[in-house]
Design a protein around this ligand. Structure first.
Ligand code: SF4
Ligand code: SF4
Length: 368
C-alpha cells in the first residue's frame, strides 16, 4: 500500500509546523535518530523570493529541520542550484533567515559518485551526500514544467545531479522526453528518498518552472514514502491523467507502483490549473523529423525588452545553441534540442516557448 498523507495548510507557524510533524510521524520519521545522517533536498532552482513559488517555501524547510532536530539528528540542507550561488539562493529564498538560530549545515552538492543504474544509461554520477544519507528527505515544490509538464517528487531529485552535469544529461537524452523521464526515474530509484513532502501551498502554474511561471495558491501539503505514487496523486488532484507526467509511466514500468494508493486526508479537486502547452518534439515521417522540428516545434524566443544579456542562458544551454549577437541573443534552432532549460534559468523572465502558426496547423492536421 502506498500511503499519501494530505493536509490543508498555509504558511503560518505554528499550524504549518504541526501539520508537517504529523505528516513526518505518519511517514516513518521515527526512524531518524541521533546518529542519522539526514539530508534535506528542497527545490532550490534559483535565487527567488518565496512569493514567486520557484523554490520550496522557507517555513516548510524550517518545520522539517525542527522535526529532525527534535529527533536528535543533525540536518544538512543540500541542492545543486541551476542558477546563482548556493549561498545566494539560500538567502533570497528566505531559508537562511527562517533558520537563523538553528543548528543546521548548508552544503551544496559538489561531489558525485558513480552509480550503475542499468540500461540504457549504465553509470550515472549522483551527489555523494544524497547517496550516503541514512535519511533523504525530498522537499519538492509543486510547479509546472515546460518540458515534463509538472515537476514534482521524482523530478526534484534531478537536483542531485551536480552542476553542469545536468545540462549534459539533457543533451544526452536530446529531444526524447521519454528517455529523459526514464533517466529521472532511474535517479529516483538510486536515491530512494525516505520521505517526499510536496509544497503545494503556493504552487506554480503556466510556463514554469522558472520566472515565466505564475504562482497559484492551492493550500495543500502532500507527503508519501513513494514519490511516484505522490506524483500520480497530484495528477488526480489536478484532474489530469497520470501518464501526462511521463515519469509516472516509467515508474509503473520500472516496478515502483506495485501496490494500491491509499489517500489519508481530503484530496482537493482543482479543475482550472493552467498547465504549460507541451507540444510533441518528434512527429511525422522520420526522414522529416529534423526539418519539422526546426520549423514547427515550439521554440524558445526572447523578449529583448526584458533581456539583460546576463549570459545565464548561453552558459547553461546543453546544445550550445545560444550566442550573443550585439545587444541581442541568437538561437540556432538546428542545434536546439527543445529542453527549455534556457527558459528555466533566465533570471529575468525574458524567454518563453512559442509555437509557430504553421506548427499549430500541422499538429491539428496530424491530430497531435
Ligand atoms: S535571455 Fe535571460 S538568461 Fe539569456 S541573456 Fe537574456 S536575461 Fe540573461
Ligand atoms: S536553446 Fe534553450 S531549449 Fe534550446 S537547447 Fe538550448 S537551453 Fe535547450
Amino acid at each position: 500500500m502506498h500511503e499519501i498523507i494530505i493536509r490543508k495548510s498555509e504558511y503560518t507557524y505554528p499550524s504549518l509546523r504541526q501539520s508537517i510533524f504529523e505528516i513526518m510521524d505518519s511517514l516513518g520519521g521515527e526512524q531518524i535518530h541521533r546518529k542519522s545522517r539526514v539530508v534535506i533536498k528542497p527545490n532550490l532552482l534559483a535565487p527567488a523570493s518565496p512569493d514567486r513559488a520557484i523554490v520550496t517555501h522557507p517555513l516548510i524547510v524550517k518545520a522539517v529541520v525542527e522535526y529532525v532536530l527534535d529527533r536528535g539528528a543533525a540536518p544538512q540542507i543540500s541542492d545543486s542550484s541551476a542558477v546563482g550561488s548556493f549561498d545566494r539562493v539560500l538567502r533570497e529564498s528566505g531559508i537562511k533567515e527562517a533558520l537563523s538560530g538553528f543548528k543546521v549545515e548548508y552544503k551544496e552538492f559538489k561531489e558525485s559518485s558513480l552509480v550503475d543504474v542499468g540500461e540504457p544509461f549504465k553509470k550515472i554520477e549522483i551527489a555523494t551526500d544524497a547517496l550516503n544519507a541514512d535519511v533523504l528527505i525530498n522537499l519538492p515544490k509543486l510547479k509546472t514544467h515546460m518540458q515534463m509538464v509538472l515537476t514534482l517528487g521524482v523530478k526534484n531529485l534531478f537536483g542531485c545531479i551536480v552542476g553542469m552535469k545536468k545540462p549534459e544529461w539533457h543533451f544526452r537524452t536530446g529531444v526524447n522526453r521519454e528517455m529523459f523521464a526514464q533517466l529521472l526515474v532511474k535517479i529516483y530509484r538510486a536515491l530512494n528518498p525516505s520521505i517526499t513532502l510536496i509544497d503545494g501551498v503556493l504552487a506554480m502554474e503556466g510556463q514554469g518552472p522558472g520566472k515565466r511561471g505564475e504562482p497559484r495558491h492551492l493550500g495543500v501539503l502532500l507527503g508519501s514514502q513513494n514519490a511516484a505514487a505522490l506524483d500520480m496523486t497530484v495528477c488526480r488532484m489536478l484532474g489530469i491523467s497520470p501518464d501526462t507526467v511521463l515519469t509516472n509511466k516509467f515508474a509503473v514500468e520500472q516496478g515502483l507502483m506495485t501496490d494500491d494508493i491509499i489517500v489519508n486526508g481530503e484530496l482537493p479537486r482543482i479543475t482550472d490549473f493552467k498547465l504549460p502547452e507541451v507540444t510533441p518534439l518528434v512527429f511525422g515521417p522520420q526522414k522529416f523529423h529534423g526539418v519539422l522540428r526546426r520549423h514547427l516545434v515550439q521554440r524558445p524566443e526572447c523578449d529583448n525588452s526584458l533581456c539583460k544579456l546576463c549570459g545565464e542562458c548561453w552558459e547553461y544551454c546543453p546544445a550550445k545553441a545560444i550566442t550573443r549577437s550585439g545587444k541581442k541573443i541568437h538561437f540556432d534552432y538546428d542545434k536546439c534540442i527543445r529542453c527549455y532549460c534556457c527558459i528555466e534559468v533566465c533570471p529575468h523572465g525574458a524567454l518563453s516557448a512559442r509555437e509557430s502558426l504553421a506548427g499549430k496547423l500541422t499538429r491539428k492536421m496530424l491530430k497531435l
